[in-house]
Write a protein that binds this ligand. Structure first.
Ligand code: SF4
Length: 253
């Protein structure tokens, strides 16, 4: 399997994966969605809440705040047994009148903090107070959406053969994605632009899926970078394959 990075931004990655098959790419996609761990608030102790909002409502809001995550501290693959090996405490003590934002949370680990300080939690009026302590732990998207690191998807790549196109100019013009370009008497094809729509078929082109190549996308919520999500997904898949290998080797007939 070969990887070619097409776009590389902190929270977004677009990769061309070659010499592979759909099952492998789909396993990678599902691992990013369900198994790559990030930190999220899981327990909240409310000492004082004289706002007009219930404790449960505030707790839910806190849990959904994306937290920057230090991947070096999280065991992979994460399980219910090793989940408690790492936790961070966040405290909040605010008096009104004021809108309480995620930036008002103080973390025991500076590497674990809200990805944005501008997420509103609650409005406090004159004399109202919110004082609480929260515990953030790592978790996986398959346990709860608050632990989902981001989104992952893939797109098929197509092979287009234009050798039998009689009206080459019309064939190029028909392509809505500008994947075809006239070069003298030949047509140049850009596989990264084609979405397989088939509009060029009307002019004699042959379009078919290339089942050995896929364009893979990852977009994270800011807790970890897209590259960290990809690396973690690969490590998890490798660890699971090794576990399966040793289970088979230890199986007694
Ligand atoms: S299949 Fe569609 S996008 Fe691809 S080259 Fe043909 S017309 Fe363009």
């Amino acid at each position: 399997m070969k990887f070619e990075i097409l776009e590389d931004k902190p929270n977004y990655l677009k990769i061309l994966i070659k010499d592979t098959e759909p099952a492998i790419v789909n396993a990678l996609r599902r691992t990013v969605l369900a198994e790559v761990p990030v930190m999220a608030i899981d327990e909240v102790y409310i000492y004082e809440n004289s706002s007009s909002v219930w404790d449960e409502y505030i707790t839910h809001r806190l849990a959904m705040i994306p937290l920057k995550t230090d991947m070096k501290m999280i065991p992979l693959p994460l399980t219910e047994e090793n989940q408690a090996s790492y936790s961070v405490t966040l405290t909040l003590d605010v008096e009104g009148p004021k809108t309480v934002y995620s930036s008002d949370l103080h973390s025991s680990d500076p590497k674990v903090r809200p990805t944005s300080g501008k997420i509103p939690i609650v409005d406090l009026l004159e004399g109202q107070r919110l004082r609480l302590e929260a515990r953030a732990v790592p978790g996986k998207g398959e346990w709860h959406a608050k632990w989902q690191a981001g989104l992952a998807s893939y797109q098929m790549v197509f092979k287009v053969d234009t050798t039998e196109c009689e009206d080459k100019k019309a064939c190029v013009k028909a392509c809505p994605r500008k994947a075809l370009k006239l070069d003298g008497n030949k047509i140049k094809f850009d596989e990264l632009k084609c979405n397989g729509c088939g509009a060029c078929k009307e002019f004699g082109a042959k379009v078919e899926e290339d089942r050995s190549k896929y364009i893979f996308f990852i977009e994270t919520n800011g807790q970890i970078t897209a590259k960290e999500a990809l690396n973690a997904a690969i490590k998890i898949l490798l660890a699971k394959s090794k576990m399966m290998e040793s289970e088979i080797a230890n199986h007694k007939k």
